[in-house]
Design a protein. Structure first.
Length: 94
């Protein structure tokens, strides 16, 4: 990613492994592609965190952050800072 994307999408992830990949692939498949996707793993106890890492390895628009569980509001609030864009969209998955 050479320049800053037009939109930063932030999604919290907490034990969402059963539907996480489908949700991420749906976002990546949009016709508008000038975005980054920040996946914030909020201390998942299932395989959601490692799935996030695998998806990020497949697409440079995805960045993953792992943190201890703090519930969705702190997870999204705290991760607007590393967003590369001034336009931020939150997509809750928890």
């Amino acid at each position: 990613m050479g320049k800053s994307p037009k939109i930063s999408i932030v999604s919290t992830v907490y034990n969402t492994q059963p539907f996480l990949e489908q949700a991420v692939r749906s976002i990546l498949a949009q016709t508008f592609s000038d975005f980054e996707l920040l996946l914030v793993d909020d201390g998942s106890s299932d395989d959601s965190g490692s799935l996030c890492d695998r998806l990020a390895a497949e697409d440079a628009r995805i960045r993953v952050f792992h943190q201890p569980n703090g519930r969705p509001v702190p997870a999204t609030r705290d991760w607007t800072t590393p967003a590369a864009s001034t336009s931020v969209l939150w997509i809750p998955t928890t």
